[in-house]
Design a protein around this ligand. Structure first.
Ligand SMILES: Nc1ncnc2c1ncn2[C@@H]1O[C@H](COP(=O)(O)OP(=O)(O)OP(=O)(O)O)[C@@H](O)[C@H]1O
Ligand SMILES: Nc1ccn([C@@H]2O[C@H](COP(=O)(O)O)[C@@H](O)[C@H]2O)c(=O)n1
Length: 234
């Protein structure tokens, strides 16, 4: 943010798949003039490259070696965030069913997470940020000024994803979507390293019956309070 002084505020938003994290994180970041960092996109970018290189998702050493020589860049474009791997734009490629079906198997490896967390902490140190993921409030930035854990019933999350796909012209089976969401949550919640879990000091928001605006407003209130607490002007 050229010309803007950082206030030293980090906003961590965690939660299960399709809970609305990235949607509200983008709104909160835009309204606060903070940088948005989608850590799921980083794991997806790595997964895309692992699949391109035909490496098994279980081969953690080859994956970590690959990650070490891979540049993952999240760029804030005018029409949203663009994701680049070694300079190639993979923004759409990382959202395929194949990547979605493999990403949790790759993200579960402790040595892969260690490298990703290092990169994420570097990004978090540079600016005021809103970062979303699964372990932001518990591991990546445990001392974040604002910590939120978003949840919603699995039926509602699958319905939202279904509607989103329909709007994109993609016809998907509701039960298949729901199973995919449940399976990803199961792997993410049961891995040994940094599993998906609410941080003790995170505010839990059940968004099942809330609008996007309700959720964003609620988080923005906490951000404004944090700015006041940090002695910023808002
Ligand atoms: N409170 C809400 N009410 C209705 N729809 C919502 C709400 N929050 C998010 N959505 C919609 O739900 C869908 C999933 O939201 P989003 O992609 O933000 O979830 P996510 O938690 O980032 O998912 P993932 O972890 O899988 O990337 C989107 O289509 C979004 O517009
Ligand atoms: N901090 C994080 C963020 C994501 N993951 C893994 O990536 C998958 C994709 O994330 P999306 O937010 O894009 O859906 C997710 O299911 C996790 O396996 C993670 O481990 N930690």
């Amino acid at each position: 943010m050229a010309g803007m002084e950082a206030k030293g505020i980090r906003v961590a938003i965690d939660g299960p798949a399709a809970a609305g994290k990235s949607t509200v994180a983008k709104i909160v970041a835009e309204k606060s003039s903070f940088i948005y960092i989608d850590t799921g996109a980083m794991y997806r970018a790595l997964t895309w490259k692992v699949l391109q290189n035909r490496i098994s998702p279980e081969d953690s050493q080859s994956i970590v070696d690959l990650l070490a020589k891979t540049d993952i860049d999240l760029e804030q474009g005018k029409s949203g965030q663009r994701v680049r791997v070694d300079g190639d734009d993979v923004t759409e490629a990382i959202r395929t069913e194949q990547v979605t079906g493999s990403v949790s198997h790759i993200a579960k490896h402790p040595n892969v997470r260690e490298q990703m967390v290092q990169r994420q902490r570097k990004l978090a140190n540079k600016h005021d940020i809103v970062m979303d993921g699964r372990d932001i409030g518990t591991h990546v930035i445990p001392n974040a000024e604002v910590k939120v854990f978003l949840k919603a019933s699995v039926e509602e999350r699958a319905r939202r994803r279904y509607d989103e796909n329909m709007q994109k012209g993609l016809t998907t089976d509701f039960e298949t979507l729901k199973n995919e969401i449940e399976e990803r949550d199961r792997i993410d919640s049961n891995r040994e390293t940094a599993p998906l879990v609410k941080a003790d000091d995170a505010i839990a928001l059940d968004t099942t019956d809330l609008t996007i605006d309700d959720v964003a407003s609620s988080i923005l209130e906490k951000v404004n309070q944090a700015i006041i607490n940090e002695g910023g002007s808002g």
